[in-house]
Design a protein around this ligand. Sequence first.
Ligand code: R5P
Length: 293
Amino acid sequence: MKIVTGPASRNIAQEVATHLGAELVIPYYKQFPDGEHYFRLPEIDPDDEFVIIQGTHPPQDKNIVQLLLLTSGLRQLQVRKVKAVIPYLAYARQDKAFLRGEVVSFSAILKLMKEAGLDELVTINAHAPWALEKAPMKTANLDAIPEIMSFIGKDCGKIEIVFSPGKKGQEMSKVAANILGAEHFSVTSRRDSLTGDVSIDLGDARVSGKNVAIIDDIISTGSTMIQVIKELKRRGALRVIAACVHGLFISNADNQIISAGAERIITTDTIPTPHSYVKVSKLISEYLKNSKG
Ligand code: R5P
């Protein structure tokens, strides 16, 4: 197997290649003065198996175009099968038309990837796993929650309750709490389709004097996390750890989360941030080692 690194995920690609004892292919890359991207691939044996590693975190559109070009370039060299590991998969939050006339961006992006020649897409905690199941290529959605929770268990002291917001909160908080031997609680969260405002509901959760963790798949603007932290603090929670798989932290959301009362933020390196304590290279390597075809 050959690991082809995209410019957006060099560290992860390097680590995966090391874990697997695989060759790392670094395509020559430059950007033209007008901003267009240029790649040149080295001599390759088209019978090898190729895995591109390229996240599509911000700047999303640039990273997506680079992925499409690399995929298409491998196809141009007659490679039979192309897999891509996309640690953070962009546009997954627009997986349907919430309002009449809205473009379903996620399915449009997946179609482009298929069209470029992608046979298999591997990602981590996709925002809309249900939409991924309808993708026009084989997909795998890896789960980094156990790795994050193991880190919290070792590095953040005793946690007594784990909270998770949103549609996936029930499942996410259960998986996370099991690892810590803690209780779990799912938080109802709603986002207004027009204004984007988030409202949360912690029901009858009792947290006075407790150490708690909140785990979400994505922290973007931080609105959801900040509201949950504030409500937990208002109810008397002692220590609050804020965790997520993908830390976008738009407009310094991480600083606002700390100001709202979180003791620490823990996230993975799918998007490199100062809070990326958990590496995903081992999770990816295990999948690639064990997957067939
Ligand atoms: C929602 O379904 C997601 O799981 C996250 O809760 C959401 O994407 C977080 O966004 P923000 O940080 O902007 O509140």
